[in-house]
Design a protein around this ligand. Structure first.
Ligand SMILES: Cc1cc2nc3c(=O)[nH]c(=O)nc-3n(C[C@H](O)[C@H](O)[C@H](O)COP(=O)(O)O)c2cc1C
Length: 377
């Protein structure tokens, strides 16, 4: 790394906000909204405050409506109680000097009747996601074939995102990231393996992009484009496929240019990563980087070294880190000081409780003598 000038720690103007560094905390579901309202708890406040030195925090996927739920204990942003709870998070993160976007999420077909009073989850088409399982609290259960949304229902789903954007503003977020990745509702409309509609939302790439672009427009109308990002994952999610992802995602990216969004966030993990694209398939991200006229974030398996190399090669403007931020609340300081990283405890990624959530030590804490050491025993 000695022959490249480090860029990770340089500031960056991201749409409406200035970031002190180029490390983004990737959105990560942690399943700690363990109350009947699925609102953020005091532990959620602590978790994000601990990570406030990130250039930008993107929250875990946050459902825009009851219809958008697919997992237990994930937070929502559609009720007053949820908005008030998020307000505590954003106030505390801002007081700690941080910046935070909410990730707006609708799972579509990746759900279970358990979450919908026995009704089927909704999707563009009645096509079952292969191999997908839902965790309902009674263990993992098979995801059923969803119900195709009626044409007349689609404006209402777009409005769920519009209202969620309004709520995010009321909750004090600096902006939002629309979750268009990982096989959830927006991705289901985009990719032809999950969208076989014959109306204006299916068929051609233009038609399959329509729902995503309508959601983007609705959210931009509420917040202004400079506070809105979109996340996509052109390949790599096992439950969803497209017959020509390069064409689909290139078209979408061209269309995004007309909004002037704060950013496009592309999850296309490096080879060897659990979320990496199938072997032998070329990367699509570099083509999207060329097309997109705005801030480009990449994610998936980056280390400090590979992140610096990607910035030096102009592959992106910002790098998002996921798992490293779970285990290292002060990841920025650790990178800056060349300090060792804590190892993640995978068993506590999605389970209730503070263990493996807010108890990873910061460098400062690690340097404190324990009570036993103080007493000399
Ligand atoms: C525990 C966990 C939860 C995740 N939840 C989300 C999520 O809610 N929304 C999302 O877009 N991606 C989610 N992801 C994917 C991450 O944002 C990221 O893309 C992935 O971890 C790869 O980046 P990394 O190698 O830096 O960890 C999740 C990943 C993990 C490990």
């Amino acid at each position: 790394m000695s022959n490249i000038t480090p860029k990770l720690f340089s500031s960056y103007q991201l749409g409406a906000i200035e970031l002190p560094n180029r490390l983004v905390m990737a959105p990560m579901t942690r399943s700690r909204a363990t109350n009947p309202e699925t609102a953020a708890t005091d532990s959620v406040v602590t978790y994000y405050v601990q990570r406030a030195t990130a250039g930008l925090i993107i929250t875990e996927g946050t459902q825009v409506s009851p219809q958008g739920v697919g997992y237990i204990n994930t937070p929502g942003i559609y009720s007053e109680v949820q908005v008030a709870a998020w307000r505590k998070v954003t106030d505390a993160v801002h007081a700690a000097g941080g910046r935070i976007f909410a990730q707006l999420w609708h799972v579509g077909r990746v759900s279970h009747p358990f979450f919908h009073n026995g009704e089927l989850p909704v999707a563009p088409s009645a096509i079952k996601p292969e191999g997908a399982k839902a965790f309902t609290g009674q263990g993992f259960e098979e995801v059923p074939t969803p119900r195709a949304l009626e044409l007349s229902e689609i404006p209402g789903v777009v409005d769920q995102f519009r209202q969620a954007a309004r709520n995010a503003k009321a909750a004090g977020f600096d902006g939002v990231e629309i979750h268009g990745a990982n096989g959830y509702l927006l991705d289901q409309f985009l990719q032809d393996g999950s969208n076989q509609r014959t109306d204006e939302y299916g068929g051609s790439i233009e038609n399959r992009s329509r729902f995503v672009l309508e959601v983007v427009q609705a959210v931009v109308d509420e917040l202004g484009a400079d506070r809105v990002g979109l996340r996509v994952s052109p390949q790599g999610s096992a439950s969803i496929q497209d017959s020509d992802p390069t064409a689909t995602f290139s078209y979408l990216t061209e269309q995004l240019n007309r909004f002037g969004l704060a950013y496009l966030h592309v999850l296309e993990a490096l080879p060897g990563h659990p979320m990496a694209r199938p072997e032998g398939k070329p990367a699509i991200g570099p083509a999207l980087r060329q097309i997109f006229k705005g801030t480009f974030i990449i994610n998936g398996g980056y280390t400090q070294e590979t992140a610096e190399a990607a910035l030096a090669n102009n592959e992106a403007d910002l790098i998002a880190f996921g798992v490293p931020f779970i285990a290292n609340p002060d990841l920025v300081a650790r990178f800056e000081q060349g300090a060792a990283l804590n190892q993640p405890d995978f068993a506590t990624f999605y389970v209730p409780g503070d263990k493996g959530y807010i108890d990873y030590p910061s460098l400062h804490e690690a340097a404190q003598p324990t009570a036993a050491e103080y007493q000399g025993n």
